[in-house]
Design a binder for this molecule. Structure first.
Ligand SMILES: O=C1O[C@H](COP(=O)(O)O)[C@@H](O)[C@H](O)[C@H]1O
Length: 232
């Protein structure tokens, strides 16, 4: 496992620096392959980053944005990661990007996962940029400790793309991209803010049990150095 750590005094400085790095990577992909793919996390941490990123002057009409995970709620629900992306990232210059969500009007999380798998299967791999977050329980994407499908979700050899997943600590049922899609990203970023998350991250580095702290599956299998962006 190789980690490259980037520490910042404030979340604002982090957002500015990371937004430029992500935009440059997307612009490189556009120059080389004609389009770029960005997969982002939900939750609260990326809001400031999304807003700075949305103002980066790149060819957003050639960028596809998707999610690493989603809560199985209506897409206009306050806890929807899609809503977060629509409100904070798909605006300014980035409003013209193509968005591929994980939720649809499916009546069950299983059928939503099947539909999302076929949409994700249509995207070029490896993704150019994957932005991960981490919860205080050591989850990333929707790889929660004790989740019902955690074994398959963090299997680096699984052929599944999107899984329905449920865990006690996760609130609603979830949809998650599986580990292979994340670890093969050309630029893989873990974005964490706050001293409490830093403590959790140090604990993850100090142990091996991926079921206890599923973020370790990313640490163990990332194909390129994991870029850790941290602000107090
Ligand atoms: O539930 C989720 O939580 C994590 C971390 O969120 P945060 O609010 O602590 O930043 C997030 O990475 C994930 O995408 C989201 O679904």
């Amino acid at each position: 496992m190789t980690i490259e750590r980037h520490d910042f005094t404030t979340g604002t400085e982090l957002a500015q620096s990371l937004a430029e790095v992500v935009a440059n990577k997307l612009a490189d992909a556009i120059a080389t392959r004609g389009h770029a793919i960005l997969a982002v996390s939900g939750g609260n941490t990326p809001i400031r980053l999304f807003e700075v990123l949305s103002r980066q002057p790149i060819d957003w009409n050639l960028v596809t944005i998707t999610l690493v995970d989603e809560r199985f709620v209506p897409v206009d629900h306050e806890r929807s990661n899609e809503k977060l992306v629509r409100d904070h990232l798909l605006r300014e210059h980035a409003r013209v990007a193509r968005f591929v969500g994980l939720c649809n009007a499916a009546s069950t999380v299983n059928t939503a996962a099947l539909a999302a798998s076929s949409r994700i299967d249509g995207l070029r791999r490896p993704f150019d940029v994957v932005l991960l977050g981490m919860g205080l329980d050591g989850h990333t994407a929707s790889f929660f400790p004790r989740a019902d499908r955690l074994d398959q979700a963090i299997d680096p050899t699984t052929r599944a793309l999107v899984l329905p997943i449920h865990a006690e600590g996760a609130g609603e049922k979830r949809l998650t991209l599986t580990l292979p899609l994340l670890i093969e990203a050309q630029l893989l970023v873990l974005h964490i803010e706050g001293a409490d998350k830093n403590v959790v991250f140090e604990k993850a580095l100090a142990g091996d049990d991926e079921h206890e702290m599923p973020i370790r599956a990313v640490l163990h299998h990332a194909r390129h150095p994991l870029q850790v962006y941290y602000a107090n």
